[in-house]
Design a protein around this ligand. Structure first.
Ligand SMILES: [Zn+2]
Ligand SMILES: [Zn+2]
Length: 163
């Protein structure tokens, strides 16, 4: 996403943040509901070329939380890791508004279904720090930040000590 801003809609516990990204001419826009799955900054050469800046700022949302208005043209870029991403930009002003990565098309809208398996993984090989860490990828998607902190601290304590 590019050049977005958020407003709160609804009231109390029913409220959600609605994010809107819009191109320079206003023809193409994306509206996203709820909190992003991930927010990142990237300084790779491809992002510098795409944005014209020193960094790209990206907010990732589940596909079912995003609605697009306007016409877009697309280009495909295959990253260094071999992952294919499709970028959508406004054909009038050229601003990229959204992209979809093949690596994330399978991101489940129901991460809570993996919580039980994650809990089992933590206890499967408690001296293997990476296995203690892995379930935190699910914990963070479910908003269990306390488990993220505790499990990552535990995983770090189990790292092999290099003399
Ligand atoms: Zn435009
Ligand atoms: Zn990048």
């Amino acid at each position: 996403m590019f050049a977005g801003s958020g407003i709160l809609i609804g009231e109390g516990e029913e409220s959600l943040v609605q994010w809107r990204a819009e191109c320079c001419c206003g023809q193409l826009s994306a509206t996203c509901l709820g909190e992003p799955v991930r927010v990142s900054v990237c300084h790779c050469l491809a992002c510098k070329r795409r944005t014209g800046g020193a960094f790209s700022f990206n907010a990732r949302f589940r596909a079912d939380a995003v609605s697009i208005e306007g016409r877009a043209r697309k280009f495909v870029r295959i990253g260094g890791s071999g992952v294919r991403s499709t970028y959508s930009f406004c054909p009038i002003c050229g601003i990229t508004i959204y992209y979809q990565s093949d690596a994330e098309r399978d991101l489940s809208p129901y991460p809570e279904r993996a919580l039980k398996a994650g809990d089992a993984l933590v206890h499967l090989a408690p001296d293997a720090g990476h296995l203690v860490h892995m379930p935190t990828h699910i914990d963070v998607l479910c908003g269990d930040y306390q488990s993220v902190v505790e499990r990552n601290h535990a995983a770090n304590r189990r790292r092999p000590q290099v003399p």
